[in-house]
Design a protein around this ligand. Structure first.
Ligand code: HEC
Ligand code: HEC
Length: 381
């Protein structure tokens, strides 16, 4: 019998109330779901995947820290990361990391693609000292074995001898988590935009203006990077081509101060990937999906921008000759310089027109339509 995954959105991590397999009837997906919410996979027992990827927030981190929600707090209750936790909605549609014929890179997981697959990604957080902070694979497998439900599930789903080989058991855990992340729970395609494509509803005049603008290559460059499918009305559009670009995101100064990184520290983006060594790749980050973007702020790999309107206006600094477009309206001072100035995607970024304030509002209105039905209540006015 196949289990129906129901994600209870009023989730309390301590008494996780999602649907669990009963009577030993486990699937890889239900096992993965249980693991995803399990704080026992962290050293002090405070963090689960779901802590930083909360299903109520489109699988981003809702927890406030001293730097707001820009980055995540680790299991030690002290450590802060340097990057923003991305949404896991639609992440499973990401192609595996690869080098393209033109010598560029695409796909993969994390902002720098350093995990080739969801399985490889899931192996990271439990062992990351500033995240779940477990010392090694064997200690994680030890925790798994203390849970009789897991013992039953692993024995049913994998080789009963699996516990003898901690690496095999650890890999099995990552397979289950990845299987859960591939379920439709993460990719419902039921946003207002999807309902519009199916002809069920109409967009408002403003949303429609935003949609036209977004896909108009003469007026904006958005679709150059945030469009995967060839046709603008493709229902499986994830709003990223999975490429890597340097759009000039500035340092998040507050985060760097809080994490105490040395002044000369640079997040080199794609160049942090172990298989990438050409300096031309520095400062590039994976183009993120725009699905659910209106409810997953703050934005960019380091959470430097608080709202969507600021992000849209940030792009105008490249397409406008107006002096006031060089000012960040959220801070009242000039946009800070890119963290990595040398590799800026200039030819892409200067494509498109300066937009009016009405245009900016329309683009934001359009991006709000990309919110899955179950998160629409999070949209603020
Ligand atoms: C302490 C917070 C934290 C925890 C716990 C955590 N993550 Fe993440 N997650 C992040 C951050 C931050 C990133 C981006 C890191 C980077 O790019 O270097 C990320 C990235 C990801 C990505 C990549 C998404 C993409 O589109 O590239 C996936 C998938 C993911 N996490 C799944 C998981 C799973 C599964 C677990 C549990 C095993 C987990 N995370 C635990 C914070 C966390
Ligand atoms: C040259 C490629 C490129 C173009 C053109 C482009 N983007 Fe992006 N976009 C990116 C990349 C790369 C990031 C992530 C940057 C980072 O993490 O520092 C991003 C981030 C974003 C984000 C933040 C998403 C998040 O979850 O943090 C939004 C919103 C966005 N872009 C919207 C747009 C809009 C609207 C346009 C058109 C006006 C546009 N982009 C044009 C590549 C591009």
């Amino acid at each position: 019998m196949k289990h129906v995954l129901v994600l209870t959105l009023s989730l309390n991590l301590m008494s996780a109330s999602f649907v669990m397999a009963e009577g030993g009837d486990w699937s890889l997906e239900t096992l993965g779901e249980a693991l995803f919410f399990d704080t026992d996979l962290s050293a002090n027992g405070t963090l689960a995947c779901a802590s930083c990827h909360d299903p109520e927030r489109a699988f981003t981190d809702p927890r406030e820290t001293e730097v707001g929600r820009a980055v995540s707090l680790g299991d030690d209750d002290i450590s802060l990361g340097d990057r923003n936790a991305p949404t896991l909605t639609y992440a499973a549609l990401t192609p595996d990391f690869r080098r393209t014929e033109s010598g560029n890179y695409e796909g993969g997981f994390f902002h720098d693609g350093r995990a080739a697959s969801l399985e490889e990604q899931a192996a990271g957080p439990p062992l990351n000292p500033i995240e779940m902070a477990m010392p090694d694979r064997a200690s994680i497998v030890d925790r798994l074995q203390r849970n009789l439900d897991y013992v039953a599930a692993f024995t049913t789903l994998f080789d009963p001898d699996i516990w003898r080989d901690p690496d095999a058991a650890f890999d099995a855990m990552t397979q289950a988590i990845a299987a859960f992340e591939r379920t439709d729970v993460f990719a419902p395609f039921d946003s207002k935009y999807d309902r519009f494509l199916k002809g069920e509803i109409r967009l408002s005049a403003q949303e429609e203006r935003g949609r036209m603008l977004f896909f108009d290559p003469d007026r904006t460059n958005c679709s150059l990077c945030h469009q995967a499918q060839l046709r603008a009305d493709d229902r499986r559009e994830t709003f990223t081509n999975y490429g890597y670009h340097n759009i000039g995101t500035p340092v998040n100064v507050a985060v760097r101060e809080a994490t105490g990184q040395p002044d000369n520290y640079v997040d080199r983006g794609l160049l942090e990937h172990p298989d990438v060594d050409h300096p031309a790749q520095a400062g590039r980050f994976k183009v993120p999906t725009l699905r659910n973007v209106a409810v997953t702020g703050p934005y960019m790999h380091n959470g430097v921008f608080e709202d969507l309107e600021t992000v849209v206006r940030f792009y105008l600094k490249y397409t406008s000759f107006e002096k006031h477009r060089q000012i960040n309206p959220a801070t009242g001072i000039r946009w800070r310089i890119p963290e990595v100035p040398k590799t800026l995607a200039v030819s892409e970024l200067i494509k498109g027109e300066d937009l009016s304030d009405t245009d900016v509002d329309s683009l934001v209105a359009f991006m709000r339509t990309l919110t899955d039905a179950r998160y629409e209540h999070l949209l603020s006015d």
